[in-house]
Design a protein around this ligand. Structure first.
Ligand code: NAD
Ligand code: UDP
Length: 312
């Protein structure tokens, strides 16, 4: 049994990670400021003696004892991370400094939830970990992209300077139950629009691509990375290498939700990446990991979740 901190543990990915780690009989401290996370995401876990929920903002220091830290705290949807961009950068940078300081003092392992956004609008395809990226440092996405890039810098400097036991996962677009209905990300937007019979809003022509990973697969990848030997620092891409255009995604959602919604087009946001697909050779080789859930299966489970949520 390990004492494990999950920052951002009341959020979408964090709540699935907490549930999985708790099922493996670990002691979980879920740390969240509830900016985009919800108490109800972890409500079923609260009765368990191994689970503790703490309201705390990671931009402030935290003094507890621990064996492992999964650092997920940071809003992930462009709508949410652009709402208070200064706080977004602070969360990534001060949050990383505080959690790395905690890891250094306790000699804990620490995993950073980094992102495919460190590649920006990528000039190489699919994206490999050795690619340094193409990020606009002053655009509306920079608070997130550059915050995450700086967090990676801090992780590797703590590793080189203090021998901190780091793991860095570059997570590609992940979806599944417990995304917020008003989250603003494409999968939740399209599903909610399809179920409510509203127009499906494609930004731009819909020929931009993303590769969508179901949350259970991602959680498995995160745990395998944490459990890997200390030599495996990453960064490691974690995502589903099956690439779809946004138009194809809209069509799959309409079909699977048996919806009569129409597709409409809205302006493409500034700096929206045109293509994104992970090269997951490293994760396959070092973690023996690859996603198992096909897009249609994952979408069907997510549609069932939102159908129940919208009826309640
Ligand atoms: P989410 O918004 O559902 O979860 C983020 C959680 O962090 C929320 O519970 C939020 O309340 C909490 N949080 C935000 N600021 C905080 C702060 N200052 N102190 C404490 N808690 C704070 O998003 P998610 O999709 O679950 O993403 C989780 C992590 O994975 C994020 O770090 C995100 O950048 C990363 N990631 C996610 C995706 C994806 O597609 N979902 C892709 C790449 C990276
Ligand atoms: N998108 C869209 N309609 C929406 C929401 C998003 O067409 O209602 C597009 C968005 O412009 C981007 C892609 O879907 O090209 C993925 O957007 P998301 O916000 O989910 O994540 P990103 O990968 O851009 O961070």
């Amino acid at each position: 049994m390990k004492r494990i901190i999950v920052t951002g543990g009341a959020g979408f990915i964090g709540s699935h990670l907490c549930a999985r780690l708790l099922a493996e009989k670990h002691e979980i401290l879920c740390v969240d400021n509830f900016f985009t996370g919800r108490r109800q995401n972890v409500a079923p876990l609260l009765a368990s003696p191994g689970f503790e929920l703490m309201r705390h903002d990671v931009t402030f220091p935290l003094y507890v004892e621990t064996d492992e830290i999964y650092n997920l705290a940071c809003p992930a949807s462009p709508v949410h991370y652009q709402f208070d961009p200064v706080q977004t950068t602070k969360t990534s940078v001060h949050g990383a400094i505080n959690m790395l300081g905690l890891a250094k003092r306790t000699r804990a392992k620490i995993l950073q939830a980094s992102t495919s956004e460190v590649y920006g609008d990528p000039a190489i395809h699919p994206q490999v970990e050795s690619y340094w990226g193409n990020v606009n440092p002053i655009g509306p996405r920079a608070c997130y992209d550059e915050g995450k890039r700086c967090a990676e810098t801090l992780f590797f400097d703590y590793f080189r300077q203090h021998r901190t036991r780091i793991r860095v996962a570059r997570i590609f677009n992940t979806y599944g139950p417990r995304m917020l209905p008003n989250d603003g990300r494409v999968v939740s937007n399209f599903i909610v629009q399809a179920l409510q019979g509203h127009d499906i809003t494609i930004y731009g022509k819909g020929d931009q691509t993303r590769s969508f990973c179901y949350v259970d697969d991602l959680v498995e990848g995160l745990i395998r990375l944490m459990d890997a030997p200390d030599a495996v620092t990453g960064p490691v891409n974690l995502g589903n290498p099956v690439e779809s255009t946004i138009l194809q995604l809209a069509e799959r959602v309409i079909t699977l939700a048996k919806s009569s919604s129409k597709i409409i087009h809205k302006p493409l946001p500034q700096d929206d990446p045109t293509r994104r697909k992970p090269d997951i050779s490293q994760a396959r080789e070092t973690l023996k990991w690859e996603p198992k859930t096909a897009l249609d299966d994952g979408l069907s489970q997510t549609i069932a979740y939102f159908r129940a949520l919208l009826k309640a």
